[in-house]
Design a protein around this ligand. Sequence first.
Ligand code: PEP
Ligand code: MN
Length: 337
Amino acid sequence: MIIVMKPHAKEPQIQEVLHFVHNLGLEPHMSKGTTVTIIGVIGDESKLVNSNIELLQGVDKIVPILESYKLANKQFNPTPSIVKVRDIEIGGDALVIMAGPCAVESREQLLQSAHAVKAAGAQILRGGAYKPRTSPYAFQGLEEEGLRYMAEAREETGLAVVCEVTSSRAVEAAVKYVDILQIGARNMQNFHLLREVGKTNVPVLLKRGLCATIEEWLNAAEYIMSEGNKNVILCERGIRTYETATRNTLDISAVPVMKMKTHLPIIVDPSHATGVRAFVPALSKACIAVGADGLMIEVHPDPAHALSDGPQSLDPEAFMELCQELRPYAKLAGRKF
Ligand code: PEP
Ligand code: MN
């Protein structure tokens, strides 16, 4: 439910509404625009329906939110959210590039990757320390040792760092080392894990599930936000379709659809979407054109010998070239990069 205040409603009128909502045992969330203030309400909506709140001074109307996600809903908070990670703003004017290896394999491999992606213009280093692999026999990640290398790479380069978490134990460890917690596609509906990261105050990068609808994805964001952590960044990474030419099918329309449905920033991962490095540049440009707030790209110093996802990883030279190519596209889309 949202309460729309009349244009230029006075501060005491707004405060009166906030108190009224509180006294009903409901939780108000205020969003102040230049002329109109709206107050989103979470809780048992029937209390509000029967309350005569529309009779209070300054209230224009009460509008129900029909979707099951509320905090993530654009109706609830019409101003686009900016997630701040150190001095980086995700969802602001700048195009934010997260790049690095699929997995942290060694200290040297990670530091080399970090220097390479920084030199090309990335602002955030990615690297998996807990790898949710399809096969239980594949490399599973260095776990806390990998997190320590991520923190070291951050110290050495000044890049912010993002790392996937796959369990409560991983969350407990990762909050000590990284700037963004990543929820991978395979865990998008691991509701316990979503609540766990929602209880932290560390920004969360929420990847779209392999077979998740937009609505399911937004409800996953709602799980995190409902625990208090509002710093959620969405990441489209391709969905499973009947097509086999690429690893997944990039749902490029998810970007404008999300821009319409939610205030949360959205980035795109063309590496996991295609599984083929040759397709990464074209899709990166497309993502910028449709309004993505950033990109996540896999980069490895020696893709041929990568322990995971080598075929989709760019080497440092190719990544440098890609970043150069992206600059005019970013400019055209009104993004700083
Ligand atoms: C990853 O980014 O390391 C990853 C495993 O991606 P996804 O969860 O999108 O498959
Ligand atoms: Mn990968």
